[in-house]
Design a protein around this ligand. Structure first.
Ligand code: B4P
Length: 198
């Protein structure tokens, strides 16, 4: 059983690695970005609300995002563990997630931070823009998303570092290499002893 988060700036490989790691660990990956995009595609009220913020590279308001995550974490498939991708992104979301998990008497085992420098991130996301055409992958919006990461999500990383459950992995290199680094890190004895000691 593993309950974990993956955090990193846009383009660091969060979504890419979340899929791979969750498959290897046999747990469900929950991406707030994917849930929003599915709602946008489906034309739901939530999707229409989220799209306004996503297209501008802003965070969708906590009033929308938090409730959506609470509901998703109440589904049966999280019983064997989960990997949250892209949530929490603000310290208010950390507090909310703490409450949700405490309600189910659960604790996070590990928080994985993927790092990469801003130029590499912009390069990757502009590459994705050409291939996938995501509406938030243009240079001005990408730079704004990066600024928000530095301004708001780095404080989230600091909170988990204080709790002693943060693992930092360099996201540079090939996708397979990064997966191997992550798996080596989260299965290392130091990680197990910290998770086991909580
Ligand atoms: P996300 O879907 O989380 O989008 P993202 O930050 O760009 O990350 P993503 O997972 O898609 O990309 P990845 O780094 O894997 O969020 C989108 C929007 O939703 C946000 O801007 C916000 O509006 C909203 N939102 C989501 N969660 C929210 C929350 N909690 N609160 C409020 N709002 C929220 O990959 C990027 C690219 O790099 C890919 O093309 C991939 O192929 C490539 N890549 C990955 N690894 C690579 C490697 N090792 N080498 C080369 N390329 C690589």
């Amino acid at each position: 059983m593993t309950r974990m988060l993956i955090i990193g700036p846009p383009g660091s490989g969060k979504g890419t690695q979340a899929q791979r790691i969750s498959e290897r660990l046999g747990i469900v990956a929950i991406s707030t970005g994917d849930i929003f995009r599915a709602n946008v595609k489906g034309g739901t009220a939530l999707g229409r609300e989220a799209k306004k913020y996503m297209d501008a590279g802003d965070f969708v308001p906590d009033s929308v995002t938090n409730e959506m995550v609470r509901s998703r974490l109440s589904e049966d498939d999280v019983e064997n563990g989960f990997l949250l991708d892209g949530y929490p992104r603000t310290t208010a979301q950390v507090d909310y997630l703490d409450e949700v998990l405490a309600g189910g008497e659960q604790l996070l085992d590990v928080v994985l931070q993927l790092t990469a420098d801003d130029d590499e991130l912009v390069h990757r996301l502009l590459g994705r823009a050409k291939e996938a055409g995501r509406s938030d992958d243009n240079e001005a919006v990408i730079r704004h998303r990066l600024d928000l990461y530095h301004e708001q999500t780095e404080a989230v990383v600091a909170k988990y570092a204080e709790r002693g459950i943060l693992r930092k992995v360099d996201g540079h290199g090939g996708i397979e290499d990064v997966t191997d680094k992550i798996m080596g890190d989260i299965q290392s004895p130091s990680r197990v002893s910290i998770a086991g000691g909580r």
